[in-house]
Design a binder for this molecule. Sequence first.
Ligand code: ACO
Length: 309
Amino acid sequence: MTNADLEKIVDTSDEWIVTRTGIKERRIAPQGMAVSDMSVEACKKALEASGLKSEDIDLLILGTVTPDYKLPSTACVIQEKMELPNATAFDIVAACTGFINGLSVASSLIETGAYKNALVVGSEKLSSIVNYKDRNTCILFGDGAGAAVLTASDDDSGVVGTFLKSNGNLRDLLWIKDGGSANPYTDDYVFTGEDKISMSGGDIFKVAVKQMCNAAVKIINDAGLTSDDIALVIPHQANIRIIEAIAKRLKINMDKVFVNIEKYGNTSAASVPIALDEAYRAGKIKSGDYVLMVAFGGGLIWGSALVKW
Ligand code: ACO
């Protein structure tokens, strides 16, 4: 879906969208394609790249806010479709930081020795919860999926550290008010848009820049490193202006920051793993590189992960 397509739906323009967000187009999954279906495509590619077999996977974590069903978890649907007989599977609801939260949980569980090989997925069909009458939000979001395999290793490569934080006081800055147990649909429910995403974009922008910087600085400092040691930053792709502001504050040149927002828009939990995958396959990550991932989303919630490749 291009900006020109959106110009036909709401009062907006390609010029406004590109200058305010950096987005030129986003992917929209067809009807009948669920989050589990997109996840399976990403999981297959990740598994193939890892050289592991489906039986080797003992942990599957999915970050999503657009599950196939309210019950069961979509991770369990993926488990069935991917034929992962030896895995335990569950979802994490952490909006745009879902992949980083999943990475943190998976690496911690692997470190305990309880699990050996984890599939961590970020996948969203945001088009199913976007209000296409609201120009403040509908221009931002797209659908997609990304996945990574984490495995136990004895060398010094791997997840150096993760940092996770949230502030539930600010939850109504980005939420879907109706349809859950707090405001369930009743027989006389009138659909007015509260069943879709609503967002106070300007307020979120400020918190996002501040807390993504804090999360990045914390993880770099905790590892005893400086910004100069970071080979590549994989930021959540929400807005090019947020990404550039963070790079400036961290004193990291934009050529060390991976950006693909123009093609996909904001895909929430899928954004970091899609970017990670594209960066890796483009040869931008070498063995021994420090890769910093940082994300921010509805909750409000934010986090970072530092990986030595
Ligand atoms: N086309 C044209 N004009 C628009 C559009 C649009 N699509 N959307 C808003 N406008 C108008 C507004 O109505 C406003 O007009 P007004 O001044 O007459 O009232 C004007 O443009 C400026 O609006 P702002 O909200 O101030 O625009 P801003 O520069 O802040 O950009 C944006 C808005 C892009 C939403 C930005 O605030 C943003 O990216 N926020 C952060 C989003 C984010 O990171 N979300 C978290 C992750 S999402 C997740 O967790 C699922």
